[in-house]
Each structure stands twice: as C-alpha cells, then as structure tokens.
Design a protein around this ligand. Structure first.
Ligand code: GLU
Length: 459
C-alpha cells in the first residue's frame, strides 16, 4: 500500500514538477571525500554513490554525477553569492547534491535540504605521537591493579613463611632437632619462592612431602600469574590505550604549541565563526589570525599526519579512512547531520526525505555505513586494556591458600606420626613427645639455627 502511495506521489511529482522543470535525467553534484565519494578509475563509488543508487531505485529516477567544479561544499560570500555544491544548485547547474553536506540554517534558506542521512558532531584529529603522553616510567606495573600487587605481596610473604614453618615442623625436612643442622632457614624459604617466581628454580629445595606440596602450589600460582602478567602487558603495549595530551577543545584553545584549523568556509568553520562560546570564539580567532584553515579534508588529514596540527572537522568524516597514526579527540560538540540538497522548489524533496527515512528504518543506511567505514581506525576508548583486578584471579589465590593449608597440615601429621612412634618406643605419652618436639623446633635452638646463612645451610 505504502509503495503504491509513494509511486502515485512520485508519478504526480513527475507530471507536475519534473516535466515542467524539464530534466529527464537528474544532474547530481558531489565532492571527493573518502569514503563518501571516491574515484576508482573513471568511476565514482562510495557511501554517497550507494545511497544515490538506492534512492534512484526507490524513486525511479535516472541521474548523472559530476564533481563540484570549485571543490567546495557550500560557502557564501559577503554579498550573498554561493560557492561549491550549494552554488551549483542555486545557479541551476545541478539538480541534486549528494555528499557529506551539513544541514545548516543558512543553507536551508537558499536550497531545499532533506532529513539527514547521517548524524555526526565536531571533533578533531591529530598525530598519534603528538597526542600521546610521555610513557609512564613504571609502565611495567600497569598490567596489575594496586589491589592485585598488594595481593601478590601478601601471597609471597605468607607462602615464604609457610614453607619455612613446614620445613621446620616436618621431620623429613628436619629429622633430629637435637643433632641435625637445620638447613632450611627463613632466608632459604624466601629465596626459594623468589626463584620460582622468576622460573629460575633457586635452591635449596624442600625435601619433605609437605614442603613439596606447598612448593608445587606456589609454582602453579607463579606460572599462571606470569602468564596473566605477560599477556596483559603485551596487550597494553599493542593497544591504543593512549591518552590524547590535548583532550578537548578547551585544552586545544588554551595552548599555543599545536596549530589547528578546519576546512576553509565549511560548516565547521562557520560554527566557530558564529559561536558566542568563549572557547569556540578563541578557536575561530586563532584560525583567522594564523590563516590555519585547509582547502579540503584531504589536506587537513595530510597536515595532521605531518604533525603539530590538529584538524577540526566532523567526526564521521574524520573517522572515515583515518590513518591509524592519527587519533581523534573524545570531545564531540555541536551535533549536526549530512543531508541531500536540491534547488528551492524541488518537488521531489519530500519523497527523498521519505525514502531516506525508509532506508534508515530498514537498516540499509546502517549497512552502508558498516560497509564503507569497516577499515577505518575507530576511536580507541572501548578497546583499552585494563589492569588485571584480583577478583579475576580469585580462584588462583584460593588454590594457593588451600595448598599452604594442606602443606602445613601434612607437616603436622608427619610430626604427629613421628611423635607417635617415638612415644611407643620411649613409653611416653604421644602429646608430651609432640610438645617436646615442637618446643625443640620452635624453641631457642630452632630460632638460633634459623639465622643460618644459605651457604652454611648448604654446607
Ligand atoms: N561537511 C562540511 C560542509 O558541508 C564540510 C566539512 C567541514 O566543514 O568540516 O560544509
């Protein structure tokens, strides 16, 4: 039904508007701007060409495309003359302008403009080297959050202490506190787990089963931790998680080191020219004083790439085909849209607006945007790699705690079983032998011996 109504409306339009206006084939003006309109040999293609083809199919018109002669979008001089695509429409040199042409109040006064087919806002791009802050001196700490580092230090201290306790309690590590030299001191214990943390296997190693259980759990903890650290670290190095040193228009306006400008006479330039906002006025005054505007989007991109230049423009255009060496500021101001324009009194404009809305509602415009923006370097914010938080490795910390507990329990059981057999031989109570053993191991003799150096211990 809808299609029928559109066809009838279009047929009426053809009879009333077209036939009287004359053109059997619409003359369409456009401008070269990646990926809206690009040249491939003698052909033109891009987002705007696909959109034009869709509109022609829907509304049943024929067209012929040419590039705007002066290479401008739509600029008005002091005496009211229009240049660029708008100028061609006003002078009757074209019937339609299909391009990234911004809908503005002044243009709407002089030509017919459709509903926008794309929404965007004003932002700026600048060279990656220029826009990134100096590297963090302690960037090697960034893969883990502060809470994670605290957790690792606590785990390290508790494990070192556990291995020491286990080796002191376990009779297979220290068989006879009366006569044996105790070879596994607190220093050995920490040296040993430090070695494991760097995958170096520093000795001496615990000999008892309980000590080996604790060691095995610590090794596992160290290996998984190192794997997480390195993967996060390399992701951070590769990621675009870098901050723009000039983050927004306010900062751009305040500094004098980086030059900046827009496309000369474009809608972005006019936005700054007509704005009463102090920051935007300052930006306009800078552009006027320094004559820092560029003739085209291409030149703007090139100057930004060369360095020390921030190119101000519309985000949709800045992102399209943006060189990955350029970064875009997250600041987005003055929302606006790209529209199709035609001379005043163009009877088909209502149909074009309806067709754009239909294409938008059916997802066709989103599909086209995906098609033509697929390879561009989009804003980085959402791809940033974050420091690893302890809750992600909760299971690993839990496993270590269980391993330490198990090792201690095993060491106590080993000692208890030794005390039991000794109690049988000496015909004493098991508890008195056990407490005597414990006091020997943790008494003055044990403490004195725990200060042994690794060299002495090894000897
Ligand atoms: N799209 C703009 C226009 O229609 C040109 C680019 C710009 O000013 O950023 O005037």
């Amino acid at each position: 039904m809808k299609v029928f109504i559109v066809s009838v409306v279009f047929a009426v339009a053809l009879l009333s508007g077209f036939c009287t206006a004359g053109p059997a084939e619409l003359s369409v003006t456009t401008i070269l701007q990646e990926p809206f309109t690009i040249t491939t040999g003698s052909d033109l293609e891009g987002y705007c060409m696909d959109l034009l083809a869709e509109l022609a199919k829907k509304l049943g018109f024929k067209y012929k495309v040419h590039l705007v002669k002066d290479g401008k979008y739509g600029k008005q001089d002091k005496s009211g003359n229009w240049f660029g695509m708008i100028g061609e429409l006003v002078r009757g040199e074209a019937d339609l302008a299909v391009a990234p042409l911004t809908l503005t109040a002044t243009r709407e006064q002089s030509v017919e403009m459709s509903t926008p087919f794309m929404q965007t806002g004003i932002s700026f791009i600048l060279s990656r080297e220029l826009g990134t802050e100096e590297g963090h001196s302690f960037s090697f700490l960034l893969p883990f959050s502060t809470a994670m580092w605290v957790g690792i230090i606590v785990a390290f201290l508790v494990t070192g202490l556990s291995i020491f306790l286990v080796s002191r309690i376990s009779p297979s590590e220290w068989a006879d506190p009366e006569t044996d030299e105790h070879s596994f001191t607190l220093m050995h214990s920490f040296w040993y787990i430090t070695g494991a943390l760097t995958l170096q296997g520093a000795g001496p190693h615990p000999k008892g089963l309980s000590g080996r259980v604790v060691s095995a759990v610590w090794w596992m903890f160290a290996v998984v931790l190192l794997a997480c650290y390195f993967s996060n670290f390399s992701a951070m190095l590769r990621s675009d998680n870098k901050h723009v040193s000039v983050q927004n228009f306010e900062e751009l306006a305040k500094q004098d080191v980086i030059d900046y400008g827009t496309v000369e006479g474009g809608s972005t330039f006019n936005f700054f020219k007509n704005s009463n906002h102090p920051t935007y006025r300052r930006i306009y005054q800078h552009m006027e004083r320094k004559k820092s505007c560029v003739a085209s989007m291409e030149e703007g991109n090139r100057r930004a790439l060369e360095g020390n230049y921030a190119f101000i423009g519309e985000a949709a255009s800045l992102d399209a085909g943006r060189h990955c060496n350029l970064i875009r500021s997250p600041d987005l101001i003055a929302m606006r849209g790209y529209s199709i324009a035609a001379p005043l009194g163009f009877t088909m404009m209502k149909n074009i607006t309806m067709a754009i809305l239909q294409l938008s509602e059916s997802g066709e415009l989103a599909y086209l945007q995906e098609k033509w923006w697929a390879n561009s370097c989009m804003p980085e914010g959402d791809r940033a790699t974050e420091a690893l938080q302890p809750h992600i490795l909760r299971g690993l910390f839990l496993l270590l705690a269980l391993g330490l507990g198990l090792g201690l329990l095993m060491a106590l059981l080993e000692l208890a079983s030794k005390a039991r057999s000794q109690a049988k031989d000496q015909k004493k109570s098991c508890c008195s032998v056990l407490s005597a053993e414990l006091s020997q191991r943790f008494g003055s003799r044990g403490v004195n011996q725990s200060t042994d150096t690794p060299e002495k211990g090894k000897a």
